[in-house]
Write a protein that binds this ligand. Structure first.
Ligand code: AMP
Ligand code: MN
Ligand code: MN
Ligand code: MN
Length: 308
């Protein structure tokens, strides 16, 4: 098809609904995108495609160009990396089987995280009271069960509980002021609520996406704490596997990183993507399709949608 100038299009190709750890329903997300002037939207829930049909239906009603997407959790060089798939066929059996396996361990993982938090917080009377019943503070595994139950109240899809849902409960109970504080204090490596997870491999994720007819994109590359050797290994392995895109514009990048990753895209011949990674109105710094904080792609890169 092609566009007169694909760089001028407000494409937001990374966003979440409550089918993973977003706050809005797929339909409400689409409505918000339209209100914000988005011209092309991808819903990319974590390891899950069950929100796509409802989002597509609402987008059709509102005449918004909608792209079926997914964000797959993988482990590369012992760290978690996210791979976005764009223009996937959400009914592809290989993709569905892979995503279902990826989601599989999440309930037990979250229960273990809740127990880790409980063990740590049992020593803190005020925290235990806040997380259970004020007049009957729990401790030990009962406190862990209460934390897990609290997190479940934020879950929109019983098949997908994430660290975000635990974090929302801790903010609600005033243990931390905001989500990022919970991650910093409790839910990242070497912190009491963190559980080491082995996700799918890079090879698997890219292959599922490609078999479903989609294009694979490395999400928010600025977020990974890799050394230079590992970083290069990721880009090269991804490229060799048929990975095509790199997120240049994402809410977790600084202005300097917009420039840095535009250069990386050019260097490796990756197509560039842009996405807010919007999770919810009260939580996300960058709104879906917001151009003030998340500029359109620079002319130096080729937008991944240039030939869609
Ligand atoms: P999980 O897939 O369960 O490991 O949860 C990962 C999700 O946690 C990410 O997709 C983000 O939405 C959220 N997250 C990770 N780090 C942070 C942070 N520092 N502040 C807020 N949310 C975060
Ligand atoms: Mn998320
Ligand atoms: Mn991500
Ligand atoms: Mn995301």
């Amino acid at each position: 098809m092609g566009y007169a100038d694909p760089h001028r299009i407000n494409a937001d190709l990374h966003s979440h609904s409550h089918m993973s750890d977003g706050v809005l329903t797929p339909a409400a997300l689409v409505e918000r995108a339209v209100a914000n002037g988005v011209q092309m939207l991808a819903l990319t829930d974590h390891d899950e495609v069950s929100g796509l049909a409802a989002a597509q239906a609402r987008a059709d009603e509102l005449e918004l160009r909608f792209i079926c997407g997914v964000e797959i959790s993988i482990t590369f060089a012992q760290k978690t990396v996210h791979i976005v798939g764009l223009n996937i066929d959400p009914s592809n059996a290989v993709l569905l089987k892979g995503l279902s396996a990826t989601r599989g361990g999440r309930a037990v993982r979250a229960q273990t995280m809740a127990q880790g938090l409980a063990q740590h917080l049992s020593k803190d009377a005020a925290a235990s009271a806040a997380l259970s019943h004020p007049d009957l503070p729990l401790s030990g595994t009962q406190l862990g069960d209460a934390i897990y139950a609290g997190a479940l109240r934020y879950v929109g899809n019983p098949d997908l509980i994430s660290r975000t849902h635990l974090a929302r409960y801790l903010v609600e109970r005033k243990l931390c002021k905001q989500l990022s504080d919970v991650f910093l204090r409790y839910l990242t490596p070497n912190k009491p609520g963190y559980v080491e997870t082995s996700w799918a491999s890079l090879t698997e994720a890219v292959s599922w996406i490609r078999q479903a007819g989609g294009q694979a994109v490395i999400a928010h590359p600025g977020r990974y704490r890799f050394n230079e050797t590992e970083r290069i290994a990721l880009y090269e392995a991804f490229k060799d596997l048929g990975g095509e895109g790199l997120e240049v514009m994402t809410a977790s990048h600084t202005r300097e990183q917009y420039t840095e990753f535009a250069k990386v895209a050019k260097q490796y011949g990756f197509l560039a993507s842009r996405g807010s990674d919007f999770h919810g109105p009260e939580e996300s710094r960058v709104d879906v399709g917001e151009t003030a904080l998340l500029p359109l792609l620079p002319d130096s890169v080729v937008p991944i949608w240039h030939n869609w």
